[in-house]
Each structure stands twice: as C-alpha cells, then as structure tokens.
Write a protein that binds this ligand. Structure first.
Ligand SMILES: Cc1cc2nc3c(=O)[nH]c(=O)nc-3n(C[C@H](O)[C@H](O)[C@H](O)COP(=O)(O)OP(=O)(O)OC[C@H]3O[C@@H](n4cnc5c(N)ncnc54)[C@H](O)[C@@H]3O)c2cc1C
Ligand SMILES: NC(=O)c1ccc[n+]([C@@H]2O[C@H](COP(=O)([O-])OP(=O)(O)OC[C@H]3O[C@@H](n4cnc5c(N)ncnc54)[C@H](O)[C@@H]3O)[C@@H](O)[C@H]2O)c1
Length: 442
C-alpha cells in the first residue's frame, strides 16, 4: 500500500492550493477528486457565472445610458454566450490536473472514503498517509418538498443550453439574485419566491430593499412570505403550490443554500466529528482526529463560504499541519463579499448579525447617484452605507451601484489597514475614478 506524507481530499480551490504548498515543502502529496478537477469555483461557480455576467454588465451599462447618447437595446444570444463560457470552463479540469501532475503531486480520481484513521479507499485503491486535509466543499441543497425531483440547481443553470421562457428561483440568497439577473437579461420571465420577507439576509436591509426595488423595475417578480409545498409537472412545465399561492413555470431552481460534502467520506471511521453544517474544527483547523485537518466550504464555521476564504484557510492549514509545537490560532482578515449583476451589492466589515447585537452603533446612508462618478454612467441607484461604533470608527460598509465591486475593495484596504481621513487625503488617486471619491467618503 502506498503511503504519503499528506493526502488532500477534494480538488477545488482549497485542496489544490494546499497540495501545491505541501509539495513546495518537499512532502510526498496525493490529492483525490471525485468529480471535476478545480472544484466548484472554476467549473460551476464563480468563474462561469462571472463570464455570463460580462454580457449582463454590458447590457446594463448600455441600458443605463439609454437616452443619454446610446440608442437601441442590446440583446443576449444565450447559445453563443454559453459557448464563450465553455471556451473557459471546458479546459479547467484537464489543466488543473496537469498542473498538479507536473508538480509531482499524485492524483487520484474517485470518491475517497476513510477505512480507518490512516487509510483511505478510492474505488479499488487503498492508500495511507501520516496526515490528511479534507477540502470536499459543498453542493446545492434541494428543498425537501413534494416534487423535489423536478428541482434544478445552480450547476444545471450554468450548463443550460436553452434559456427557458419562464424561470423561478426558490430562495433569495446569492445564487437566486445572481442567476435571476442573468436569466432576466437573457430574456426570460423571472420569479424569485422566498419563504420570508428578508432576502439577502447577510446584507444591510435598507440597501437590499433598494436593490430589490430596482430589480422589480427591471422586471423580476419577487414573491415574499411564500412557502412552496409542492411542484407538479404539467405538460412541458411545472406548477408550484403553496398556501394560497400557485405559479406555473418552465424551470425551477432550488437556491436555498448549500450542504457540506461529508457523507461519502465515512468520517466516523477516522474519528472525525461533523454536523449538518460541516466538519468541526478547532482554532487550528484540526478535526477531532489530530492527524486530520479540514478547510474551505466543508467547514462548520461561520465565515462566509467564498473562494478567497477557502484559499486563505488552505494556506493556514498547511502551516498549521507542518508546525510542530505551539501555533497561533487562525485569525481572519476582513472578508469582502459581493452579489454580482448589472447592479452590485457589496459589503465589508462586521457581519449584520454582529451589528444587530450592538446597540451602540450608528449609521449614515449616502446617496451617491448625484456624484460625478455615477452621473457619468447614469446608474439608476447608487448608495453607500457606513456603520460607526461608539468611538466613531467605521466598522461596516455596504454599497450598491454598478461599480460597487471596485469601491468595496478600496474600502477593504482602508478598513483593514485602518487608514484615517488624513492619510487618505495625503494620497493622489487617478481622477475621475471611484478611488478619487474616497476622501469624500472616509
Ligand atoms: C453558483 C456559485 C457561484 C459562486 N460565486 C462565487 C463568487 O463569485 N465569489 C466567491 O468568492 N465564491 C463564489 N462561490 C463559492 C465558491 O465556489 C466556493 O467558496 C469555493 O469553490 C470553495 O472551494 P472548496 O475548495 O472549499 O470547495 P469546492 O470548490 O466545492 O471543491 C471541493 C471538491 O471536492 C470534491 N469532493 C467532494 N467529496 C469528495 C470525496 N469524497 N472524495 C474526493 N473528492 C471529493 C468535489 O467534487 C469538489 O471538486 C460560488 C458558488 C456557487 C455555487
Ligand atoms: N457572489 C458570491 O460570492 C456568491 C455567489 C453565489 C454563491 N455563493 C456562495 O454559495 C452559497 C450558496 O448560495 P445560496 O444562494 O444557495 O445560499 P444563501 O445562503 O446565500 O441563500 C439561501 C437562501 O435560501 C433561503 N432558504 C433556506 N432554507 C429555505 C427553505 N427551507 N425554504 C425556502 N428558502 C430557504 C434562505 O433564507 C436564503 O435566502 C452562498 O452562501 C455563498 O457562500 C457566493
């Protein structure tokens, strides 16, 4: 039986980043992937979505300037756009695997399961290691309702060859907002059904409401406080039913969160504890078995499940696993997050949950729509919310505009490095850009 210094389970952003780092340390490393090398982000997550978003953004930019010198309406040719997406995604698995092989990392394909604390089975192969790192990520949750077999997922959507005439999303988080925006721009009639009246609950409600209002104006229908109980197939389409609610649609996406990939690992054989939220780890990303560590989306941790977070954890886990003696606990920098679209909602700083528990905070909402940066591109809505602590320091920022992604990263640097107004004022930014607005914001 082949023994390695480390076996990494999961070939997504977290697992591959860790495998390269172990290899750089001169360790013998194997990595196991059950499906597509590269994992969720480049195959069925961030990157393919962002390629489709390029067309959405171009269309939205032109629409914002309608009557301001732009004439005519842009359209999206879904088939060609999907071919553009595939020109990137099709090569991801082979290129990812080749990069690992070229570095001297042994690759295994198949679902890994623990036989005991030191041994894994991958199909017909049995391998062992001194240490393991689990980075098996998450998969979309399918709502447990009658007719569940008719539900599609974000993965199906991102591989869809034809845009349905009428598409419905169940849930109102990142996936629903982003994919709904894409579908609407591509010409579909779009519905978002949500079981309560608090969509995008990780974001500031005032700006979420402004975002929803704008998407409604664009034509997306929101149905709040509706609990869907069943889906039935009628002719070519589906009927969604809840108490006092019925909607006929051509395609239904379950956008109600993601669940950790843990079951197939048989973690009980390795003495690794987990919950329905993921693998339990201590402050060193070590599981209940000291030889086994975990990182990325598969963790039962409250940090947002995002690609840069999983890569950060992978880097920390490698250091933590390689260090003998005392280590310092993982500490996360601030984590920016963005809901992408023609308009983008972005935030940084203390979470909405933390802010809600702090009665001492105060906030200021700034309407940016009249600022030159936004007038020039004629954004229909441009807002910024700053939340301050008792000492008057900014502890959270949320922004909504078509360039909120650019602004949030600038805000990130300022908050993370605790730059003061005087320090920002002493800098020269290229003008006119979102950066040159900063002295008026902070
Ligand atoms: C539609 C969508 C859009 C997203 N957009 C963004 C975005 O814009 N920005 C952002 O930061 N994040 C985004 N994310 C989240 C991002 O994709 C994840 O945070 C990131 O991929 C997590 O990386 P990971 O390595 O932890 O897990 P994954 O990327 O999920 O990789 C885990 C890998 O482990 C494999 N695996 C599972 N079980 C086993 C097993 N038993 N044996 C072997 N292999 C196994 C899986 O096949 C998978 O390839 C998006 C996610 C989705 C679904
Ligand atoms: N731009 C990005 O960074 C990005 C984009 C897409 C996905 N992601 C990652 O993927 C994760 C999954 O996205 P998501 O949108 O599926 O999850 P989410 O957690 O963002 O939203 C899930 C939504 O489903 C609702 N919901 C939960 N249980 C429900 C039920 N039983 N019935 C009806 N609705 C229910 C929730 O209230 C919530 O609004 C995100 O949390 C994020 O980590 C990130």
């Amino acid at each position: 039986m082949q023994n390695y210094d480390v076996i990494v389970v999961g070939g997504g952003p977290a697992g591959t980043a860790a495998a390269y780092s172990f290899s750089e340390q001169g360790k013998t490393v194997a990595i196991v992937e059950a499906d597509l090398w590269g994992g969720t982000c480049p195959n069925r997550g961030c990157d393919p979505k962002k390629i489709l978003m390029s067309a959405v953004e171009a269309k939205a930019k032109a629409a914002h300037l309608a009557g301001k010198g732009i004439t005519g309406e842009l359209g999206i040719d879904w088939k060609t756009l999907m071919a553009f997406k595939r020109s990137y995604t099709d090569t991801v698995p082979t290129q990812t695997k080749q990069g690992l092989v070229d570095t001297g990392i042994t690759t295994y394909e198949g679902e890994a399961e623990f036989i005991d604390e030191q041994t894994l089975r991958i199909g017909s192969e049995i391998v062992s290691a001194d240490q393991f790192l689990i980075a098996t990520g998450q998969r979309p949750a399918l709502l447990p309702i009658k007719g569940q077999e008719y539900l599609h997922t974000s993965t199906d959507f991102l591989a869809m060859e034809k845009m349905p005439a009428k598409i419905t999303f169940l849930g109102a988080g990142y996936v629903a907002f982003e994919l709904a925006t894409i579908a609407q721009a591509a010409g579909a009639e779009v519905h978002i059904i949500h079981h309560n009246d608090r969509p995008l609950k990780a974001f500031d409600q005032e700006l979420v409401n402004a975002f929803v209002e704008q998407l409604q104006k664009q034509g997306i229908s929101f149905h709040f406080n509706v609990e869907i109980e069943s889906i039935s197939q009628i002719n070519e389409g589906y009927t969604l039913q809840g108490t006092g609610f019925e909607l006929h649609t051509d395609y239904v996406v379950s956008a109600a969160g993601r669940i950790p990939n843990v079951e197939s690992l048989h973690l009980e054989n390795a003495g690794v504890d987990y919950s329905k939220r993921g693998i339990k780890v201590n402050d060193y990303l070590q599981t209940t078995n000291p030889r086994v560590f975990a990182c990325g989306d598969v963790l039962d941790k409250e940090q947002p499940k995002l690609t840069p977070v999983s890569s950060f954890e992978a880097k920390y886990a490698v250091a933590s696993m390689s260090q003998k003696g005392s280590r310092s606990a993982i500490t996360y920098p601030l984590i920016p997050t963005i809901v992408f679209g023609g308009l983008k909602l972005a935030r940084i700083g203390q979470s909405e949950k933390q802010l809600a528990q702090n009665p001492q905070i105060h906030s200021e909402t700034i309407n940016l729509a009249d600022w030159f940066t936004y007038r020039r591109i004629n954004d229909p809505v441009a807002m910024l919310k700053l939340v301050y602590n008792q000492e008057g320091q900014i502890i959270a920022i949320t922004c909504l505009s078509s360039i909120a992604d650019e602004l949030i990263n600038l805000c990130y640097l300022i908050l993370e490095k605790q730059l003061t107004h005087q320090e920002i004022e002493a800098l020269i930014f290229a003008y006119p850009t979102p950066a040159s607005d900063l002295t008026y914001i902070i």
